[in-house]
Design a protein around this ligand. Structure first.
Ligand SMILES: [Ca+2]
Length: 161
């Protein structure tokens, strides 16, 4: 056994060393020991004590621990996939989603939906042109008795098909 209380930290959280006593049982603390009672453990946000009693810094939501392991820096949520469905603006401690022209932000404040009329799918089957709404399974014919309709085009501004 070599990972024992011997004055040398073997484990990342120093749990192999006693937090408050030297290994010989005296009340001497290791020189690098910091608890949350000491100036919040040096933590900018929240200090939690590990099992060994050592200070571990934790940051509030929207922040991440900086490399110095005590201060907190803003988390750029916009770098995370699917933070916003269209436009993401990073803010200190949070982020704000917005939508492109023609879309409105949904109540979840993250996704956007088209602000125009209800969408519809137009398709041909050679003999007619049909329209189907995305939330319904039935369709209706818009033009019938065609001879060879194999494609269609739509001009949305002029309402032409
Ligand atoms: Ca942020």
């Amino acid at each position: 056994m070599h990972k024992v209380c011997d004055g040398v930290v073997d484990c990342l959280d120093s749990s192999d060393e006693s937090p408050r006593r030297a290994c010989n049982g005296s009340n001497m603390l290791p020189t690098n020991f910091t608890s949350c009672a000491d100036n919040n453990g040096g933590c900018e946000h929240t200090c939690r004590e590990s099992l060994s009693g050592r200070a571990q810094c934790i940051c509030r939501k929207g922040f991440e621990l900086s490399p110095d392991l005590s201060s907190c820096i803003d988390l750029n949520e916009c770098n995370e996939e699917a933070s916003c469905s269209q436009v993401c603006n990073n803010t200190i401690g949070s982020f704000v989603c917005s939508c492109l022209h023609g879309y409105i932000l949904r109540p979840d404040s993250r996704t956007c939906k088209a602000s125009g009329p209800e969408p519809a799918l137009l398709f041909t089957n050679r003999i007619d042109i049909r329209k189907i709404l995305p939330d319904r399974s039935e369709f209706r014919s818009i033009l019938r008795d065609l001879e060879n309709a194999i494609g269609l085009d739509y001009h949305i501004d002029k309402g032409l098909m």
